[in-house]
Design a protein around this ligand. Structure first.
Ligand SMILES: *Cc1c(COP(=O)(O)O)cnc(C)c1O
Length: 408
């Protein structure tokens, strides 16, 4: 009897448990102030599901109650009505067809599951700081060695993202096989320029590498010069997979719907020399291990692209981006250097000179009763920064800004 011992290499989730521990210790020591606590740490939306989405879901549930309109197992790849709507509304002019879109129940699952179609021994690059899912899924898949005392895994290539490189990693000197890029970025809230993505696509094509492009925050891009999809870059159809989600734009974190785009032109040479389509491998993988996202949820997702849905989603984005602007200004007024938050719902703030991420966390908790996320929790290069999430009510954000202004 053997277990997957790669799981034993995982560092016990450090960031959020440690935040929880410090908040609990503080609330126990300050019972009288506990109801002042405002959490700006989470990456979850706070506004309810748009009306158009709920209406579509209600109607779909009613269909499920009538034999004539009942839907049982659907296509593993997603219903045609949703795949068509995605292509029409999100990839117009980008040479993506509906059958290159795979609907799922989340990008977290997709970015983890995608490793099923890649073999052992690949060199994997991730940014630092990073969305922890990319790291832990590679540890589970056996693509790394052990972690060192700083939590860095042997065998992964870490690409530091700091103010010096505008939070877009330099092209590596060495050859890597897979590289995870996420823009607009979680946690830094920053974006990549067209030129930067062009150089990544050129690198990938030169080295036979694949870019795993996480565009979960695409809907928050307001600057028209910022690319929303890797497929805006010429050549990406031969070297990239894109992940998108309804979680952050449509508020689907609790109802679950996302999709992965794999162009049919994306092939990799097998050991036999045969060119193998990653699209067909993923199709086989999904058909075998997944039975599709639920019908009412896919109807709800399609409603995001209805005229009312579009209006309601854009109001949600406006709301969160209005919060981000307030939070940016409050931190700037305090004399802090602020990044992100202009095309993404996260504001990434440099701690005052000589103050570490966790010290800043404690200071914000004690002086302002505001919970932020310390940058160091997302990777070594995040030390000296913290993340404030704009996923909150306006009332909370205004209160947070007032309290930030009062910090010593
Ligand atoms: C929120 C988020 C997602 C979306 O995940 P779902 O499983 O679709 O909810 C994907 N990538 C990043 C970086 C995220 O922050």
């Amino acid at each position: 009897m053997n277990i997957n011992e790669n799981f034993l290499k995982l560092k016990a989730g450090y960031l959020f448990p440690e935040i929880g521990r410090r908040v609990t210790a503080w609330t126990e020591a300050n019972p009288d102030k506990t109801d002042r606590l405002i959490r700006c740490g989470i990456g979850d939306v706070t506004e309810p599901l748009p009306q158009a989405v709920r209406d579509a879901m209600h109607a779909a549930i009613d269909e499920q109650g009538v034999a004539e309109t009942f839907h049982g197992y659907g296509p593993e790849q997603g219903y045609g009505f949703l795949r068509d709507a995605i292509v029409e509304n999100q990839f117009e002019g980008l040479n993506i067809s509906a059958d290159e879109v795979f609907v799922s129940d989340g990008s977290k699952c997709d970015t983890g599951n995608i490793l099923d179609i890649f073999g052992k021994g690949n060199k994997i690059a991730i940014t630092d700081p990073v969305y922890p899912v990319y790291v832990d899924t590679n540890v589970m898949a056996g693509n790394t060695g052990e972690a060192d005392e700083n939590g860095a895994y042997e065998g992964l290539v870490y690409l530091p993202c700091t103010a010096e490189n505008n939070f877009v990693p330099a092209i590596p000197e060495e050859k890597v096989d897979l590289v995870y890029l996420c823009y607009p970025n979680n946690p830094t809230g920053t974006t990549a320029t067209r030129e930067q993505l062009e150089s990544w696509v050129a690198y990938a094509k030169n080295h036979g590498a694949i870019i795993l492009y996480d565009a979960a925050y695409e809907a928050f891009v307001r600057d028209s010069s910022v690319p929303r999809s890797i497929f805006e870059i010429e050549g990406a159809h031969e070297c990239a997979i894109e992940f998108r989600s309804f979680s952050k734009n449509g508020g689907f974190t609790g109802v679950r719907c996302a999709y992965t785009v794999i162009p049919k032109t994306l092939t990799v040479k097998a050991s036999t020399g045969e060119e193998v389509s990653l699209h067909s491998l993923w199709n086989r993988r999904q058909s075998t291990k997944f039975n599709g996202a639920s019908y009412p949820v896919q109807r709800g997702a399609a409603a995001v692209f209805s005229p009312e849905g579009k209006e309601q989603v854009s109001a949600l984005i406006e709301h969160y981006m209005g919060n981000a602007a307030l939070l940016r200004k409050a931190c700037q007024d305090l004399g802090l250097k602020v990044f992100g938050g202009e095309n993404a719902p996260y504001v990434w703030v440099q701690c005052p000179e000589g103050v570490g991420s966790w010290d800043m966390f404690d200071k914000m908790l004690e002086e302002a009763q505001v919970v932020i996320t310390p940058g160091a929790g997302f990777g070594a290069a995040g030390e000296g920064y913290f993340r404030i999430s704009s996923f909150n009510t306006r009332e909370n954000v205004e209160e947070v800004c007032k309290r930030i202004a009062a910090i010593s």
